[in-house]
Ligand binder design. Structure first.
Ligand code: DCT
Ligand code: MG
Length: 398
């Protein structure tokens, strides 16, 4: 696992202190010419750490993207996610609208929002969304584990406005996942700390090891990218014995149950079929055996203690954990996919398709020109096949 070292952090400029230097140091725009240092339209060609110097703008864009998502306006949603991603990669905060001229993926609306925030500290369209009852309610409902935009919309349309309303409504049939979402709402809507993620990785690692001594395992998702907090813990593992990976996952689940820490388990059997590869869409889940869990984490397992309020005296908390177990020859692709960020993955696939005539997903990489699959033992192999400079996980926070 590649974590940020402290020396790396210290060498980075501090946003506030460098604001007055921006005019001199952001890429200058030569008269009538192209910008001096171009920012790529592809997130996989931009190094994006967890240091976001443009959080005022990216937070605003993410509110709008989410609003468009609730309204099923996918094009606009993606446009704002892309715009946010570009700003996240910048080495310092924007201080004038002119600086956006050399940047890709910023449309008229996005630029207008930036201009407004620079001038007034806030943007009208964003304020409007934030104070909108429908947005607020859909945001609240989708914060429950197992509740997607469609269900949230249905509840909103039937006049429901709070979580208490939903629990009191006799006509609503919650599925198993949603029941557990409500049961553990307080715990799983609270962020998971890096220390908690490490403790769970250790617990899962020991469980895997007890079943298969020579297994591969990695903490993926946001924590592998160096994030301090996340909404869940994503772990990938497999056995070196090809074909035994699904049995390993089933044995791990059984063991977690025996240990008394399995609070909820949604197991999804493998539907991996080499002949159906490659898929074209990213949003579709991959076909590997996986499970979505809620696990019980004891305070004694976490050196720094639990990320719980002081008045919470239970001595444990519930945490969402996703486990995936791909065949060993697919491990590098699955690791790359599950490390994210979503925007980074989306652009890796788009880059492969548009610039290389290749199809990439969590299962493999297909070269349409050569009409063959390209093998990879490491993430680096995949970047090499794509002719991309390697990006460390902590540079993939697009
Ligand atoms: N992923 C994927 N296919 C999907 C959805 C996600 O391959 N359909 C990948 C991208 C990131 C990774 O899985 C983990 O997903 P999340 O936990 O949702 O993202 P995260 O970056 O870990 O965010 P957080 O820190 O909030 O958990
Ligand atoms: Mg995650």
């Amino acid at each position: 696992i590649t974590w940020f070292t402290d020396s790396m952090r210290e060498s980075r400029p501090v946003a506030v202190e460098t604001r007055h230097l921006i005019q001199d140091t952001l890429p200058a725009i030569p008269e009538g010419g192209a910008p001096a240092a171009e920012v790529s339209q592809y997130a996989c060609q931009r190094r994006t750490t967890t240091d976001n110097y443009n959080v005022v703008f990216t937070d605003a864009f993410e509110v709008l993207a989410e609003c468009y998502e609730f309204n099923q306006m996918d094009g606009r949603c993606l446009a704002f996610r892309r715009a946010a991603s570009v700003l996240k990669s910048l080495p310092r905060g924007l201080s004038s609208l002119e600086e956006t001229h050399s940047l890709p993926c910023l449309g008229g609306h996005a630029k207008a929002i930036i201009g407004e925030i620079l001038q007034h500290g806030r943007a009208f369209d964003v304020e409007k969304v934030l104070s909108d009852e429908r947005y607020q309610t859909l945001k609240l409902f989708t914060s429950v584990y197992g509740v997607g935009p469609k269900t949230a919309e249905k509840w909103y349309r039937s006049g429901l406005r709070s979580l208490d309303h939903i629990l009191a409504d006799q006509s609503i049939q919650l599925n198993h996942m949603q029941q557990n979402g409500f049961l553990h709402y307080g715990d799983i809507s609270r962020a998971v700390s890096k220390a908690e993620a490490r403790a769970l990785t250790k617990a899962i690692g020991e469980t895997v090891q007890a079943i298969t001594p020579d297994a591969l395992l990695a903490l993926t998702g946001g924590f592998r990218r160096g994030k301090e907090f996340g909404h869940d813990v994503d772990i990938i593992f497999t056995t070196l014995e090809l074909g035994m990976e699904e049995n390993l996952l089933l044995a791990v689940i059984k063991s977690l149950e025996k240990q008394g820490i399995l609070l909820y388990c949604d197991y999804q059997a493998s539907t991996f079929d080499l002949t159906k590869l490659p898929t074209h869409s990213f949003e579709a889940m991959d076909h590997f055996a996986k499970c979505f869990l809620i696990l019980r984490l004891e305070a004694s397992q976490v050196e720094e203690g639990l990320n719980s309020p002081v008045e919470d005296i239970r001595g444990w908390r519930a945490v969402r954990v996703d486990l995936v177990s791909p065949p060993v020859d697919r491990y590098a692709f699955a690791l790359l996919g599950w490390t994210g960020s979503r925007q980074f993955e989306r652009d890796l696939r788009r880059f492969a398709r548009k610039e290389r005539r290749m199809l990439l997903d969590n299962h493999g990489l297909y070269d349409k020109t050569k009409e063959e699959f390209l093998a990879a033992g490491t993430e680096k192999d995949i970047f090499d096949h794509l002719g991309l400079e390697y990006m460390e996980p902590w540079q993939r926070n697009a």
